[in-house]
Write a protein that binds this ligand. Structure first.
Ligand code: DLL
Length: 433
């Protein structure tokens, strides 16, 4: 089923005309309402009248993750904060988190994008959907929630965690759709088996899984162990949370709702566009947002783009499954973690030395684990076990309070962690993604 035939199957020339119209209106809107963009456009040495078609987008300035930090908390809003309807927050690279402000219209738009995504994944009107993404400042839970309301599915607003309870309610209520991270889906499947449920007791037939990188190999495992068709959903808080792009049942790339989220793929070194099909950094412009519209937002996610027709009938272009990131952010169990945050937390504990390594692994069950190995002072190392354990707990607490993800801490002697002569490799990601 296609949720919005008009926009999802528009012929490419009409789509381009619509994007052009929307870009012109957006450029005028931000010039009028955002002091940051007004300054950048003025300094860019061009006039707004030069923005006539979507191809003129290259004249507009980029927006970066650093801008998010520098203009924290509300500097990038294009309306006064008391006109904003809702805010979401995700982790930033250093210090300040990333804030996204949504107007009432932006929330409607988000619902529309997520509703298109639910239909695209294989949802049917009247379906029961179990939403097991976190509700709150993270966009996963509420985004799918708004989408399901608009789409017309009955909602189980589970949020994340409480695995046994999730499985019990699945087995009692029989939802056909499951929305959560791929690693959590796999974990719930395992738990269901441990609780004695047989494959035929698992009611989920459609998975709307995303928020973290995952491979086709993992998808095959999820399909098999849960008896569902697991589809990939992409999004990021800055743009609108889940529902920026979504795989259809053909699972040959994710349809990006480009009448509202205009994608470009650029070479992150030269900032020049790459050809269709080539991998580069995904850059997105929110064509119709009003609360916090963004021009050419550098997502730091690596993907390719194709406009080739898809067997599902949608004309919306497709991005590939994500290939990685241009920075060192890691996504663990759907939460963004930056090495710099861990470093900050470690250095709050006086016994630690500034030499550490982060090891990310994926257990056989599909759950991601994070281990932080850290050197501690010689004299602490020779102390009693009890003292060592107390230091370890102190470090663990400091990190967990900062990144909000559980970690294992391993204390090591000074000079154990490999030194580097160039850029330090802080993260060892063993997940093979
Ligand atoms: O993760 C929004 C979301 C919620 C997407 C639920 C899908 C489902 P943030 O917390 O801001 O927002 O993290 C955004 O997570 O830039 C990617 O690096 C990564 N990411 C999101 N979806 C995918 C995916 C939400 N399908 C960052 N595959 C993004 C790989 C993903 N990485």
């Amino acid at each position: 089923m296609i949720f919005n035939e008009k926009f999802e199957t528009m012929n490419l020339q009409d789509l381009k005309n619509l994007q052009s119209e929307r870009l012109c209106a957006l450029a005028k809107y931000v010039y009028k309402n955002s002091p940051v963009y007004k300054k950048r456009i003025d300094e860019g040495g061009f006039s707004l009248s030069e923005i006539k078609t979507i191809d003129d987008i290259v004249k507009l300035p980029f927006t970066t993750k650093d801008d998010m930090r520098d203009y924290y908390p509300f500097g990038l809003f294009s309306m006064p904060v008391n006109k904003i309807a809702e805010m979401h927050v995700s982790s930033g690279t250093t210090g300040n988190p990333v804030v996204s402000g949504y107007s009432k219209e932006d929330i409607d738009l988000w619902g529309e994008a997520a509703a298109r995504s639910i239909a695209c994944a294989g949802g049917m009107p009247g379906d029961l959907i179990q939403i097991s993404y976190g509700y709150g400042l993270f966009t996963g839970g509420l985004g799918l929630h708004y989408g399901a309301l608009k789409f017309g599915a009955a909602i189980m607003p589970m949020s994340s965690g409480q695995t046994k309870r999730q499985v019990k309610l699945m087995s009692d209520f029989k939802p056909r759709i499951l929305a959560c991270t791929p690693s959590f889906a796999l974990y719930m499947g395992e738990e269901a088996k441990a609780m004695g449920l047989a494959s035929e007791d698992i009611s989920w037939k459609v998975g709307i899984l995303g928020a973290e990188p995952w491979t086709i190999a993992l998808r095959d495992q999820i399909d098999k162990s849960l008896g569902m068709i697991a589809t990939d959903i992409y999004g990021l808080s800055e743009i609108t949370g889940p529902g920026v792009a979504q795989e259809c049942r053909h699972r040959d790339g994710l349809h990006i709702w480009s009448d509202v989220f205009y994608p470009e793929i650029i070479d992150p070194e030269t900032n020049k566009p790459v050809k269709d099909g080539e991998v580069g950094e995904l850059v997105i412009t929110t064509l119709t947002r009003t609360g916090m519209p963004l021009l050419r937002y550098r997502t730091r996610d690596l993907a390719s783009l194709t406009k080739a027709p898809c067997a599902c009938g949608r004309t919306s272009p497709r991005i590939s499954k994500l290939k990685g990131r241009t920075d060192d952010m890691i996504v663990v169990r759907g939460i963004n973690v930056f090495p710099t945050q861990i470093e900050y937390a470690l250095l709050q504990v006086e016994e630690t030395l500034p030499n550490y390594q982060i090891i990310v692994s994926r257990e056989a069950g599909g759950m991601d684990t994070l281990e932080v190995q850290v050197e501690i002072e010689e004299k602490v190392f020779s102390d009693q076990m009890k003292v060592l354990e107390a230091v370890k707990q102190k470090i663990k607490k400091s990190i967990e309070n900062t990144i909000l993800v559980g970690v294992n801490v391993k204390l090591v002697e000074p000079k154990t962690i490999q030194r580097s002569e160039g850029k330090a490799k802080r993260v060892i990601d063993n997940r093979k993604i």
